[in-house]
Design a protein around this ligand. Structure first.
Ligand code: FAD
Length: 475
């Protein structure tokens, strides 16, 4: 297959694609970031979204006085450009930062223990045995090893030992990705930790050097602190897509699904389908394809990139179930202050983790009530999300009773599940990136963005959209 541009005969093209808008397909955070950046730079754009609302998995819901996040809850301030977008959209006055985030907990032998925050608390913490602590402490003397094709489990176990891996790292991976470190590729799933070892030869030494650098450089310290903060808005994260919706106005085509993309002279011809099944064609000078990987197979593409599309469409996601439970603020619930709890796989529980939602942000629960957000399933227990006809209420409430001593029934419940929730960076993820490169090279002007490429978090996904926009702006 040649590297030539995949174009239809010019005579096939109706309309002047060159003067057409840039078409962004998908109104999740990736598409919103791309559309906002292009529009702000003065580009004519159109955003096509199959649903009647924007935001993709970012969904906030006010119900019976509780504010529930059906998708992401804890979004770090990692993306400078996302911060700029927030400011430009006038959301700075609405911004909330989570409090008490340093108070994190892990479960060991069915009991909840705080994650140590200093040297002394690390030495005395019951989260690791003495042997586990000694093994962790010798990490700086473990020689670096080649990283290509190394799983996150192998990398961390070789560096900090089996106990440190099982008790500290594995639950964090469940908390971030709902993933299984045994099948994830370290350098793609955790590029920052990988870089620490590549630059300093050790995780501990790298972290200490990072702290020292920040102590010497006030601006760096401030930046690191700002980036670690978790933000939201009084009515939840969905305030962000709602603000983009207002900004884009009639540049939006909601309730419209992209069905076909055909490269033509100087651009693309797209076939769209409305909710009532009516089809229409539009022309675009460039296209940002910001749909989840699995949605790519529902869009007809040029034969030249079909193979690359198949690889991309197979990018894996973890299934996740969420239970938002409201309780009276009494008894053991009073102790659930701070960020939340993660449960290691070796504990053999149904729960992956619990966020103390009403402790993190104000007004997430009515007065005198508490809101807990429980995550279950993931690559650890996919059947809990995929096979169950009913939500696994009994198993979750049993865990809450046995781990936290919560005996009473919740007074409020909201359950939701996603068969494909969070993108995974499995061994061989390089194939996905190569397929992206191939597709973008064969169809100049067609750019991909989304959580399955270079980071699954909201800020990393937004950055993929900003990058796609940048490529178009610099073309
Ligand atoms: C339950 C859950 C919890 C999470 N928790 C966190 C968290 O706490 N912190 C964090 O940083 N990240 C979290 N994430 C990850 C993060 O939210 C996602 O990775 C990110 O929001 C995905 O954005 P996206 O734009 O790639 O995809 P989506 O949000 O899936 O958006 C894609 C959009 O494309 C549209 N679409 C699909 N096909 C078509 C088509 N043919 N034509 C037109 N439109 C189409 C869809 O309707 C959708 O709106 C979580 C994700 C989930 C699901």
């Amino acid at each position: 297959m040649g590297r030539e541009r995949c174009i239809l005969a010019a005579s096939d093209a109706q309309g002047n694609a060159e003067q057409s808008p840039v078409i962004v397909i998908g109104g999740g955070i990736a598409g919103l970031a791309a559309a906002w950046k292009l529009a702000r730079a003065g580009k004519k754009i159109r955003l096509i979204e199959k649903d009647r609302r924007l935001g993709g998995v970012i969904r906030s819901l006010r119900k019976d006085g509780f504010l529930i996040e059906e998708g992401p809850n804890t979004v770090q301030n990692h993306s400078d450009e996302l911060g700029e977008m927030r400011r430009a959209l006038g959301l700075e006055d609405r911004l909330l930062f989570a409090t008490g985030t340093e108070k994190k907990y892990l479960v060991r032998f069915g009991r909840v223990h705080p994650v140590p925050t200093g040297v002394l608390s690390s030495v005395t913490s019951p989260l690791l045995s003495l042997r586990g602590k000694v093994r962790l402490a010798v990490e700086p003397w473990v020689k670096p090893f080649p990283l290509a094709g190394v799983s996150a489990e192998e990398f961390i176990r070789r560096r900090i030992g089996r106990e440190g891996y099982e008790r500290l790292f594995e639950p964090v991976v469940a908390g971030i990705y709902a993933g299984d470190p045994r099948e994830m590729e370290m350098r793609y799933a955790f590029p920052k930790l990988t870089a620490l070892v590549e630059n300093s030869g050790s995780l501990i030494r790298g972290a200490v050097e990072r702290m020292r650098r920040a102590r010497r450089d006030r601006a760096l310290q401030k930046r690191q602190k700002r980036q670690a903060m978790i933000f939201s808005f009084p009515e939840g994260l969905e305030e962000l897509p709602r603000a983009v919706e207002k900004f884009l106005g009639d540049r939006l085509l909601l309730g419209t699904r992209a069905r076909k993309i055909e490269p033509i002279d100087h651009g693309f011809r797209l076939t769209l389908e409305k909710g009532d099944g009516m089809k229409e064609q539009v022309f675009g000078s460039d296209v940002v394809l910001a749909v989840p990987a699995h949605a790519l197979s529902g869009i007809e593409m040029p034969p030249e990139v079909r193979k690359a599309c198949e690889v991309l469409a197979g990018a894996p996601y973890a299934p996740v179930g969420i239970a938002a439970l409201g309780y009276k603020d009494q008894g053991p619930l009073r102790r659930l202050e701070g960020f939340g709890v993660l449960v290691p796989a070796v504990e053999r529980r149904s729960i992956l983790g619990v966020l103390f939602s009403s402790s993190l942000f104000p007004e997430r629960a009515p007065r005198g009530m508490r809101l807990l957000t429980i995550f279950y399933g993931g690559r650890r227990n996919p059947e809990m999300v995929l096979d169950e006809k009913e939500f696994p209420r009994e198993a979750i409430l049993r865990d809450l009773q046995e781990i936290f001593g919560i005996e009473e029934e919740p007074l409020f419940e909201h359950w939701i599940r996603y068969p494909k929730a969070i993108a995974q960076y499995l061994l061989g993820h390089g194939r996905i990136l190569k397929a992206q490169e191939r597709l973008e090279a064969r169809c100049p002007g067609l750019l991909l963005a989304g959580s399955y490429l270079t980071g699954a978090s909201v800020p990393a996904t937004a950055d993929s959209g900003f990058r796609a926009a940048e490529k178009i702006l610099s073309r």
